[in-house]
Design a protein around this ligand. Structure first.
Ligand SMILES: [Zn+2]
Length: 147
């Protein structure tokens, strides 16, 4: 297992996989399944319903180029499990990777997403291009806070 640098901006491909994805669709390099934390926005039609951080091993990182293949089926499963707590809407977008390693030690006592400790989101290059700013992932829900 190679360690993955989560601070690298990647192009994300969402594919409904059953089993392993095979080689990288862009360069043919090896993909490595790696656990990461993602920021996922859910929506119903054009309405953003919620956003959440979710850790999972549904991402396959190319070891050769900045590409990430996400297993859409696995994300669906994860959202289904979380469905009791979140307004998951009818659709979702994975906005980027939360680079937990970028949080300074001094901020670790502050809840992630609160003032003074913004979510260290590494957005996907293709997502940003597709959204043309406008839909910046901003924490707007109190649901992020735990009691
Ligand atoms: Zn590749």
């Amino acid at each position: 297992m190679r360690s993955i640098d989560f601070s690298v901006q990647r192009e994300m491909l969402m594919l409904p996989l059953s089993g392993k994805p095979g080689p990288c669709p862009r360069c043919g390099g090896a993909l490595q399944q790696t656990y990461a934390t993602y920021l996922i926005a859910t929506r119903r039609g054009k309405q953003m319903t919620d956003s959440m951080m979710s850790g999972g091993d549904f991402g396959w990182f190319c070891l050769n180029c900045p590409t990430l293949v996400i297993n859409e089926n696995e994300v669906n499963n994860t959202l289904g499990i979380a469905g009791g707590r979140w307004d998951i809407g009818t659709d979702f977008t994975v906005l980027g990777i939360v680079n937990l390693g970028a949080i300074p030690e001094s901020k670790k006592h502050i809840p992630l997403g609160d003032d003074g400790n913004p979510i260290p989101l590494v957005e996907f290059t293709n997502y940003r291009a597709a959204q043309r700013r406008g839909g910046k992932a901003r924490k707007k829900s109190k649901k992020h806070r735990r009691k």
